[in-house]
Design a protein around this ligand. Structure first.
Ligand code: BGC
Length: 827
């Protein structure tokens, strides 16, 4: 038994030290660990433009590669980047599933299928951890809705929980992930961070997992409950519920000292595991090549009539659409990465690739940014005139309204400012004296090129004013919601104020936010652009008509994918849908490139000759896209989500808890394509679909015993190449349980994915044999009464397929109660 003072030392380690780190205690072999947000990159501590980093394709894009090798390579790169920045734990992957296409954070998920998410999540983890950096699988579990994310209560049956939502985390545990994060939400009445069944029975007893489990940021709610349930670490610090309070709980006899000791042992293990980090990053060009190839590998060619793509022999190409030069590279969460100057837009990359063949660029519809950047208008700092950017000054405001002289001054080049716990010059939010406020002023000088109306946008967690040449011109902002300050910063109301400005006449613009003390964070966003001309669409349609080929860049802004807000529509913005329809009517050779990270609605799909879905593709979007459009690279993606013909066709079209905070998973096992298949609904584009450019013939399929005896069976196909272009092929295997009548089993999915392999097919004539291992787990179901997995004995069909709806061959097999597989003619 430890001495009481030792207990205090141990207990201190169970809570973070600050937003991103834990406490150091050499005596207990625990290092101060640095935990930094992912998963699309390694965020800097500052979370802004002063701290640029590499940006990878989003989780859904990585899932669309269906390639372990690609995902592991991205993981390795991120692990290396994290190590070089002295990060011990990278907070990713996000292994929640896209249960509904409306989920605000879907872009981080590896799609809708637990098997695909588990295999690719494991590949990401393996990559990151190969560099001695811990991955942290998040958010355990059912954190697939953002509305009311801190408290909604998922009502779910044990079988669905195990077979669907826990499955990717089980795969992460099997892959040896070193950390996991408990979700904000509740599951069946209990917050995940104090859920004994999840944190102890599942993680420790069923999975025998030895990593550290931490709370999501500000997601710990109790001392005894969390400790007793098995939470090892409260994040962030300073401690609220664990730390010193954990020692108190032990002294009060509420939890045994061994609980705290075990948590510290796990932290010590994590310290050892991350002690040997590899810190030398590869040269920048090589890093960018990994991201470039991964992006191309994720683009899904949904449709390609008359082989319009790759572009060849096209004399003139009209580039249309707002996303051509204002694309969305990533989502708008706090894990947002500040991009470096090397990032090129699709428009710039296409101009470089096609030269004068790009005959026109027309936006055609307004950009969708929630707060458009002012930077393209060339703002100059007021404090050091001439310097690009904004002068930011920090002040205190007395009870009588007197604003102090600047307590600190910065020059910044961003439209979003966020401060956690303290602000320069003002100090800690918690220490602002009662009645006294803080004030931040962002100032710049603008000299517009044109006489025009400019729309200024702003939002903030305090009261925000816009001043033009010292005159108040508008007010807005909103107070942060204390329950979800992180979310409130991202999606508070935006105020838009139109102001007429004259060409060549310099004006001073100030955005000024005042706020009260307390709280954990403050933030403001500001920006503006020239008002949209009325004939945007007409000009675009004219340009499309005059060109040989039109490429429409449609999509959503990064602000459409947020923490703590779900989507209320799966449609593209109406102006873009109209634009696509009009351009397709004007030019039958129209390619639509959709830059959106979820199962977006495409009612116009029948009218477009070619459609390429590019998700949130990361920083190498432009160059990867130019390579794919011109055929230098393969569009390697296959859908990891189902695209429906109508929103109502989805198993869960909208996702919001009911008024009592419950979120009931009534669809059970029938999520994603499982629902479409079982309910016999025709999707617009099915799960697993993607055309690619390669010419590959599927010659024969096979199913036989594994000669090594390691797997239950091997299923596969023989492919013939050499008929045309080489490239990528994805072989998919689905298992369908059959009843005696040969039909699907009631209540169970008609089929589910049990294996896949992505292969490279050479352009030379060759025969390629693909073998995919199958295991008893693939034919098992969760037995709630026994609390364990058991093989589902009976008839099964094993399907070798190009997609969930394009089945090449079916094999009927029998699985016996011991999990043996028998082939041969079975009914
Ligand atoms: C998110 C986590 C993230 C954490 C730290 C939370 O709001 O849900 O995914 O890792 O913040 O930034």
């Amino acid at each position: 038994m430890n001495e009481p003072d030792d207990l205090d030392l141990l207990a201190r380690l169970t809570a973070g030290a600050d937003m991103q780190s834990t406490h150091h205690d050499p005596e207990h072999h625990v290092r101060a660990l640095r935990l930094v947000d992912g998963p699309m990159g390694v965020t800097g501590g500052l979370l802004d433009e002063r701290d640029v980093s590499l940006l990878a394709p989003c989780g859904t894009a990585l899932a669309a590669t269906w390639s372990r090798a690609t995902v592991e390579a991205v993981g390795e790169l991120l692990g290396e980047q994290a190590a070089a920045r002295d990060v011990d734990v990278l907070l990713g992957p996000n292994l929640n599933l896209s249960r509904s296409p409306a989920g605000g954070r879907n872009f981080e998920h590896f799609g809708e299928d637990p098997y695909l998410a588990g295999v690719l999540g494991a590949a990401w983890i393996t990559g990151v951890q190969s560099k001695g950096v811990a991955a942290c699988a998040k958010h355990l579990v059912c954190n697939d809705t953002e509305t009311g994310r801190h408290g909604y209560d998922v009502q779910i049956d044990e079988q669905t929980l195990q077979e669907v939502y826990l499955a990717p985390f089980a795969a992460a545990a099997r892959a040896g992930v070193w950390a996991m994060m408990a979700a904000y939400n509740k599951v069946n009445g209990q917050h995940c961070a104090e859920h004994p069944s999840l944190l102890t029975r599942v993680l420790r007893e069923q999975w025998d997992w030895d990593g550290v489990v931490m709370s999501d940021w500000f997601g710990t709610h109790s001392t005894t409950g969390s400790l007793a349930a098995g939470l090892d670490l409260e994040m962030p610090g300073p401690a609220r519920h664990l730390g010193p309070a954990a020692a108190g709980a032990v002294r009060a006899g509420d939890v045994p000292a061994s609980t705290v000791e075990r948590a510290v042992e796990r932290l010590a293990l994590l310290s050892r595991r991350t002690a040997g980090r590899t810190t030398a990053p590869r040269p920048d060009a090589e890093s960018r090549r990994v991201l470039h190839e991964a992006a191309a590998d994720s683009f899904v060619l949904l449709k390609n009539d008359r082989t319009l793509l790759p572009l060849s022999g096209h004399t003139s190409v009209a580039v249309i659409g707002p996303q051509a030069d204002e694309p969305a590279y990533q989502g708008g969460t706090f894990a947002r990465i500040a991009l470096g100057p090397e990032v090129r837009t699709p428009l710039a990359a296409l101009r470089e690739a096609l030269g004068p063949r790009v005959t026109a660029h027309e936006p055609g519809a307004p950009s969708e940014s929630r707060v458009p950047s002012l930077l393209p208008l060339g703002p100059r700092a007021t404090d050091s005139p001439g310097e690009p950017g904004f002068t930011v000054t920090y002040h205190r405001v007395d009870t009588d309204g007197t604003v102090s002289e600047p307590l600190a001054t910065d020059t910044r080049a961003t439209g979003i400012l966020v401060w956690f716990t303290e602000l320069p010059g003002i100090g800690s939010l918690a220490d602002l004296p009662p009645g006294s406020n803080g004030l931040v002023r962002v100032s710049c000088l603008l000299t517009p090129d044109n006489d025009a109306t400019y729309d200024f946008h702003f939002a903030g967690t305090g009261d925000v004013r816009l001043l033009i040449d010292g005159q108040e011109t508008g007010r807005g902002g909103s107070r942060a919601m204390p329950a979800d300050v992180m979310g409130a910063l991202l999606h508070g109301n935006v105020t838009r104020i139109p102001v007429s400005l004259a060409a060549g006449r310099q004006v001073r613009v100030d955005f000024e936010m005042s706020f009260t003390g307390g709280g954990r964070a403050q933030g403001m966003q500001f920006g503006g652009r020239a008002a949209v001309p009325a004939d945007l669409a007409e000009r675009a349609v004219r340009a499309a008509r005059e060109a040989d080929t039109a490429i429409v860049f449609a999509g959503v802004s990064q602000d459409s994918s947020l923490e703590s807000q779900d989507r209320d529509s799966l449609a593209l913005p109406a102006a873009q849908t109209d634009l696509i329809e009009q351009v397709c009517a004007a030019n039958p050779r129209t390619v639509v490139v959709v830059n959106a990270p979820f199962a977006v609605d495409m009612p116009w799909a029948g009218r477009a000759a070619a459609i390429l879905l590019t998700w949130f593709p990361g920083q190498e979007y432009g160059s990867a896209l130019a390579d794919v459009l011109t055929g230098a690279l393969e569009p390697g993606g296959r859908l990891p989500v189902t695209l429906a013909r109508a929103d109502a066709d989805h198993a869960v079209p909208a996702t919001a808890p009911s008024d009592d905070g419950r979120l009931t998973y009534t669809e059970g096992l029938l999520t994603g394509y499982r629902h479409f298949d079982t309910a016999q609904i025709k999707p617009r584009f099915c799960f697993g679909h993607g055309l690619g450019y390669a010419d590959v013939r599927w010659r024969a399929a096979h199913l036989h015993a594994d000669p090594t005896g390691r797997h239950l069976a091997l299923a596969g196909v023989t492919l013939d190449s050499g008929t045309g272009r080489g490239g990528k092929e994805v072989v998919q295997v689905y298992a369908a349980p059959l009843t005696d009548t040969g039909t699907a089993e009631p209540g169970r999915p008609e089929q589910h994915l049990v294996g896949f392999t992505a292969v490279h097919v050479s352009p030379e004539p060759a025969e390629l044999r693909v073998d995919i291992p199958l295991d008893v787990r693939d034919f098992s179901m969760w037995d709630t009464r026994a609390g364990s997995w058991r093989p589902r004995a009976g008839r099964w069909e094993i399907r070798l397929a190009r997609s969930s709806r394009d089945i090449f061959q079916r094999f009927r097999v029998y699985i016996d109660p011991d999990g043996n597989l028998r082939t041969g003619p079975i009914g």
